[in-house]
Design a protein around this ligand. Structure first.
Ligand SMILES: CC(C)(COP(=O)(O)OP(=O)(O)OC[C@H]1O[C@@H](n2cnc3c(N)ncnc32)[C@H](O)[C@@H]1OP(=O)(O)O)[C@@H](O)C(=O)NCCC(=O)NCCS
Length: 199
């Protein structure tokens, strides 16, 4: 059956270019490296990351996850970045998954390590990656988080993702089913916040 509409983005939109590195004043948002496996596994020992991301990760699994992230970029299905400070210490993660080039959509996810929270690190990383994706031609970006995860909701708002609605009882966590907020950001937004360093 012939498609009657051209894809919003061509094949190779991600994979035809190296995964970008974003250098901010006190942060760098860069692709994961195999040498990050220990720090990645350590981040997943945090109860809040386990709670909201519904998984733990050994160093072996972290190594596999980093390899998979690179393959996802190479096949246009996703991308994962480590957020690090000026000493290359891991502060957090931002990523995209569910990339749909036909509709120009992707979903962003994120966490920060406990020691880095409350300084705007997640907001800066999400805002920067979202702006880049929209510049690249993505049409619609989503964030989905449990309604009870108030901190994550704040990140979505501060990164200029509007609340679009609530998917009722849509995600199973260790404590049961959760309603999920869907936030969206579109290409039509103006320039981002002037600052680019954590609080
Ligand atoms: C949600 C999360 C990513 C926020 O990261 P962050 O870098 O602290 O984000 P920000 O500094 O921009 O703060 C966002 C909100 O976190 C809350 N917050 C502030 N200090 C905090 C702290 N020390 N610890 C936890 N949350 C804090 C506040 O509600 C803040 O919003 P506000 O300043 O507008 O009130 C981080 O708390 C986290 O990784 N949590 C566990 C995993 C998770 O929830 N991931 C998202 C799943 S959708």
């Amino acid at each position: 059956m012939p498609d009657l509409v051209e894809p919003s983005l061509p094949r190779g939109t991600l994979s035809d270019r190296p995964q970008p590195i974003f250098t901010l004043t006190e942060l760098t948002i860069r692709p994961w490296r195999p040498t990050d496996a220990d720090a990645l596994a350590a981040a997943y020992e945090d109860a809040e990351i386990q709670r909201w991301h519904v998984r733990s990760l050994s160093t072996t699994e972290a190594t596999r996850w980093i390899g998979a992230a690179a393959r996802h970029w190479a096949t246009d299905v996703g991308g994962q970045w480590a957020v690090v400070d000026t000493a290359d210490t891991l502060l957090g993660r931002v990523g995209i998954r569910g990339v749909d080039l036909s509709d120009g959509c992707a979903e962003l996810g994120y966490w920060t390590v406990a020691a880095a929270r409350g300084r705007g690190v997640a907001t800066l990383a999400v805002d920067r990656v979202a702006a880049w994706l929209l510049d690249l031609g993505f049409h619609r970006l989503e964030i989905e988080h449990a309604v009870s995860n108030v901190s994550s909701c704040r990140v979505a708002h501060r990164a200029r993702f509007s609340l679009e609605g609530t998917r009722r009882s849509a995600a199973l966590h260790a404590d049961g089913w959760h309603d999920m907020h869907v936030h969206t950001r579109f290409a039509a937004l103006g320039p981002g916040p002037a600052h680019d360093s954590p609080r």
